[in-house]
Design a binder for this molecule. Structure first.
Ligand code: 3H9
Length: 699
């Protein structure tokens, strides 16, 4: 018997204990181990029933995702589940942590389920672009009914133990020791001669399905999960459970699972799953580097950004000072924070008590002296180097040694900021994305002198405040904003050449972006890009193509949503962009001035030009070492810029298309549109060598 699955007896009950750290994923060895333990339990004359329990932090968290890139290996999970179901002795699953995917399917193969109060159960396969592949879509509807099952499977969101119990997914909640509770339950099964209940045989709930259930679900998830195939396929599987006998339903599910596992969407979503976890692994910052504890925090600047950053600390239970220069600004900032939280209460996301708690953790102040004991200070003042330097000089004078001094700059040189302190090793960039209390991305900017401890601390902090941290190097705009410039620039050229802003936006929305570049610029504020372009004007080569449509829109005082107009106009209180004849006329005038005859552009060209502009700049960033790996760029674009998850990020998407094809298009654009399209040397090199960004590691 293998180490990772062991059999022992406790009194009248045989215990199968699984131990495959970190999350008890169902590797081949574990699958074999379960079958072997079941045989041992069956042969053990003293065992009247069996308990299946896991060591470590969780029950089985699913199939081993790393196996999906390889051919299936026997015994496949459904065979393990058949063995469980066919066991002559009742098997009780004892669930703690998270029973996910194949883990929950394993539990559904058991005759009964007992859960710890903190346990969660779910079938999150859709978040990997899959459907459950070992009977989950056939057994769950039989156990709890197709409507609830379809919600759980198509959303991928786990339910807590109480909900699972209410739904009948688990049979009992063990308040004390889980193993003791599960053994007691197994003894009851024996003593009360409870049946060996096979979920596959429960037909009652899959009969008489409410009319229109599946059409309704398809429409709901087409909207909630726009562009994702797997939720729709998951609903197909649940519907099959209501139409087909068990074995035919299992066959159908298997076909759909295998179709999905080899599809581009699942490959992309699995790539993001692992990329997100790889992002915090920094080659020269090993586990031996200790992160500093962050128990108290402070934020300079009570604007929208500063307030949002302060909310992150408060949400994590960390007391935080919020500073601004005048009582009025402070009051305004605290007002916005309060309003944000109040809307959370209204929407049922937090209770009144939680509201009081988080508000109590944010302490408004006008005095830098209050920061003397802070473990971290995040500066979020106006994006001007001189102002930032003044702030850092003050922080250097007041903060205790070892305090993390972070700047939330989105473009400026972190090294220059660090150099105005006597402790550049304690200075780091923490680039939050707006709205900072919502967006999951945190670019962690490593300065030339930033200490390794500080980097470890930043990653620990990002986990504590539930962000996805990605390490980036110093350059104008770091990774995300540096790439967004050519992307937005290209969208303006497309408009200049003949596309309407709404066509450009629609093409990229249909590609899967959360919104198109014009709507995005309106949301971010057109004045931001305008200021940057004015700063860059002095160094812009005279022969470089430049489009001034956005500048002209700004000259009209149209800065986007915040002024009620930008590329689009906005009705008061409504964020839906409305095409505006003023802008149409302005665009036509620019075309006339530059003697450009509007042409018709295909959506394909729009997507290629915008997305390949991202990819080409991403390749430069990778080659310069500003990002450590192409997957880091992908994570940044998924979590910070609304790039469609099912395409895996811009670099993975380019790999999927084939770098030879992408390079060929970039060369054509270079010929047609000039120097801004010069192919990145790394793109050329990898394309010619038949390689992918994903495999690239800088020497
Ligand atoms: C499935 O089950 C299909 C079936 O229907 C059909 C099959 C035939 N496999 O997230 P963490 C690694 S599909 C392999 O940082 P946490 C992870 O990469 C699966 N590896 O921990 C990381 O590695 P490293 C359905 C896995 O405590 C380490 O474990 N299940 C798997 O923050 C720690 O992970 C899911 O989709 C896996 N299944 O969160 C659940 N899971 O340290 C996926 C994790 O080298 N997993 N790893 O970076 C999760 O959601 C979270 O890991 C979990 C723990 C909530 C369990």
């Amino acid at each position: 018997m293998s180490e990772i699955a062991t059999y022992r007896r406790e009194g009248r009950i045989g215990v199968i204990a699984l131990n495959n750290p970190p999350v008890n994923a169902l590797s081949l060895a574990l699958r074999k181990g379960i079958i072997a333990c079941l045989a041992e339990g069956a042969a053990d004359a003293g065992a009247e029933a069996l308990v299946l329990i896991c060591e470590g932090r969780t029950f089985i968290a699913g199939a081993d995702i790393t196996e999906f890139d390889r051919p299936p290996m026997d015994p496949f999970l459904d065979i393990v589940i058949e063995h469980l179901e066919a066991s002559p002795k009742a098997v009780v699953a004892a669930i703690h942590g998270t029973a996910l995917g194949g883990g929950l399917e394993t539990a559904l193969g058991c005759h009964y389920r007992v859960a710890a109060p903190s346990a969660k159960c779910g079938l999150p396969e859709v978040s990997l672009g899959l459907v459950p592949g070992a009977g989950g879509t056939q057994r769950l509807p039989r156990l709890i009914g197709p409507a609830d099952a379809a919600q759980i499977i198509a959303s991928g969101v786990p339910v807590n133990a109480k909900k699972a119990h209410d739904l009948g997914l688990v049979d009992a909640i063990a308040e004390g020791d889980l193993l003791a509770g599960a053994i007691a339950f197994a003894e009851r099964v024996v003593d009360e001669k409870m049946p060996l209940r096979k979920v596959r045989d429960l037909e009652e709930k899959v009969k008489n399905v409410p009319e229109g259930l599946f059409e309704g679900l398809r429409a709901e998830f087409a909207q909630k999960q726009r562009g994702f195939n797997s939720p729709q396929r998951a609903i197909d599987c649940v519907e099959a459970a209501t139409q087909l006998p068990m074995d035919a339903g299992l066959k159908r599910e298997r076909e759909i699972f295998f179709e999905a596992v080899t599809g581009d969407q699942s490959k992309a979503q699995r790539h993001i799953f692992f990329s997100e976890r790889a992002a915090s692994k920094i080659p020269d910052v090993g586990k031996e580097i200790q992160a500093q504890p962050i128990k108290t925090a402070a934020v300079v600047g009570a604007g929208t950004m500063g307030g949002g950053i302060a909310m992150n600390f408060a949400n994590a239970g960390i007391p935080v000072y919020l500073l601004d220069s005048t009582p009025e600004l402070l009051e305004k900032g605290m007002g916005i924070v309060r309003k944000n939280y109040e809307s959370g209460v209204k929407k049922g996301r937090m209770t009144e008590v939680q509201f009081e708690q988080v508000m109590g953790l944010i302490r408004p102040t006008l005095a830098y002296e209050d920061f003397a004991n802070a473990d971290i200070v995040v500066e979020a003042v106006f994006e001007e180097m001189e102002i930032k330097k003044q702030v850092f000089e003050k922080l250097d004078a007041i903060c205790k040694p070892g305090c993390v001094l972070a700047t939330n700059t989105s473009t400026l040189d972190v090294n220059e900021i660090a150099a105005c302190t006597k402790r550049p090793e304690s200075v780091i960039g923490l680039h939050f994305f707006s709205p900072a209390n919502v967006m999951k991305l945190l670019e962690i900017v490593r300065g030339a002198k930033t200490s390794k401890e500080l980097i470890a601390t930043a990653f620990e902090l990002s986990k504590a405040i539930k962000k996805v941290g990605v390490l980036v190097g110093v350059c104008d705009g770091f990774v995300g904003n540096r790439m967004v410039h050519p992307y937005v620039r290209e969208s303006m050229f497309l408009v200049e050449e003949g596309a309407a802003p709404e066509q450009v936006d629609q093409a990229l929305y249909d590609f899967g972006f959360a919104m198109g570049p014009c709507a995005m610029s309106d949301l971010a504020g057109l004045d931001v890009g305008w200021r940057i372009r004015k700063r860059q004007a002095a160094t812009r080569p005279l022969d470089e193509r430049y489009c001034d449509i956005a500048d002209k829109i700004c000259e009209l005082g149209r800065y986007g949503q915040k002024t009620g107009a930008g590329w689009y106009r906005y009705e008061p209180g409504n964020r839906a962009p409305q095409p505006d004849p003023v802008v149409t006329e302005l665009i036509a005038a620019v075309r006339r001035e530059n003697s450009i005859e509007a042409r018709s552009l295909s959506n394909e060209e729009i997507v290629e030009r915008c997305v390949y502009a991202l990819v080409n700049e991403g390749a430069r960033i990778l080659e310069e070492g500003i990002a450590l790996r192409s997957s880091d760029i992908d994570v940044i674009y998924i979590y910070g810029y609304g790039f469609p998850v099912f395409r895996g990020g811009p670099m993975f998407y380019a790999d999927t298309i084939g770098l030879d094809k992408v390079y060929a298009r970039v060369c054509e654009f270079h010929k047609q549109h000039g120097g801004l399209w010069a192919p990145a040397p790394l793109l050329k090199e990898l394309a010619e060598a038949g390689k992918r960004f994903t495999d690239y590691r800088r020497a």
